[in-house]
Design a protein around this ligand. Structure first.
Ligand SMILES: C[S@@+](CC[C@H](N)C(=O)[O-])C[C@H]1O[C@@H](n2cnc3c(N)ncnc32)[C@H](O)[C@@H]1O
Length: 294
């Protein structure tokens, strides 16, 4: 499929391939290829993703660290490395004499030296799920914090595994809509072209479709994706919820929790007005101020 695409025609390319973990896919595809075969196979589709990427376009590669280490070196020799994002999700049981695997690797590259599109969301202050209180003390810097939220770091701790029956579209492997919305928002604009060669349950396509991007994808078994697209209301609702809880300093849920637990918010914080307006600071970076202060 990718060979049929024009060179330099895609703004954002994302891949979440099978991990070669010996799992059975319904396709009965042999997912336990020898390690080198797996890497060679990955390189063949990565070559195509790189070819079709526009100058300044972004390539994201999702995998376990074991594979993203060699694959990252391969892509890094062809594109410009931006970030290794650690996405904190536990995905296996603790293994004796090993550390507990608790993050997926999300590699982010761009073609050329400058990203054509880069607008990371800002995130709410991390708060206690029970009382709504801040998990860290911003001390005397509360008034310097951007009402739109804190800067995104390269460690993402707020991506849920897709477990909820309402949001889970298939038995295994579906990524969270929150993750795909974050990536699509960061590296594409409405009208941009988004490519995902391993569609799975279609999460990338849903995030792209519902935010006005154009998208191209492939999948060996498209039934789940077709089903999902035949009734997008649930995803639409879910996405609205995700979007209401980003680019804001505190989520409504946390503010409600605080109220319930008698923890009023410090008056020093500047919050978004109900009409969406805010007195945003110029271009200051409240987090680097915090680092300087500490
Ligand atoms: C890890 S899953 C992707 C899940 C997806 N990111 C989601 O959120 O639902 C990998 C998918 O790649 C598909 N796949 C494997 N080999 C493929 C190929 N050569 N071409 C297209 N899809 C393939 C599998 O059927 C599987 O659904």
């Amino acid at each position: 499929m990718m060979r049929s695409l024009d060179a330099e025609s895609v703004d954002l390319a994302f891949a979440d391939p099978p991990f070669n973990l010996g799992k059975e896919y319904s396709s009965k595809i042999n997912d336990a290829l020898a390690e080198q075969d797996y890497l060679t196979w990955c390189q063949s589709w990565l070559d195509e993703m790189i070819r079709v990427l526009k100058p300044g376009g972004a390539l994201f590669l999702w995998n376990i660290p074991k594979w993203n280490l060699p694959l990252g070196a391969y892509v890094g020799a062809r594109l410009t490395f931006r970030h290794w994002i650690a996405v904190d999700i536990k995905y296996s049981l603790p293994i004796q004499s090993r550390l507990y695997p608790s993050h997926y690797s999300l590699l982010y590259f761009i073609k050329g030296s400058k990203p054509a599109i880069f607008h990371p969301d800002r995130l709410p202050v991390p708060c206690c799920r029970h009382c709504g209180g801040e998990l860290r003390d911003y001390g005397g810097y509360k008034d310097k914090m951007n009402p739109l939220g804190v800067n995104m770091s390269d460690v993402w701790t707020d991506i849920p595994p897709v477990r909820h029956a309402k949001y889970k579209k298939r038995d295994a492997n579906g990524l969270a809509l929150k993750l795909m919305d974050r990536i699509v928002s960061l590296a594409s604009d409405p009208g941009s072209v988004v490519l995902d060669p391993f569609g799975g349950s279609g999460t990338t396509f849903v995030a792209a479709e519902l935010t006005g991007r154009r998208w191209i994808g492939s999948e060996l078994h498209c039934d789940t994706i077709l089903d999902r697209f035949s009734a997008l209301e649930g995803d639409q609702e879910h996405l609205a919820d995700i979007q209401a809880n980003k680019n804001t300093l505190f989520t409504d849920a946390d503010l409600k929790r605080r109220k319930k637990n008698g923890k009023p918010l410090s008056k020093d914080y500047r919050l978004l007005q109900s009409d969406g307006s805010c007195a945003c600071p110029p271009d200051e970076d409240e987090q680097s101020d915090l680092f300087k202060a500490s």
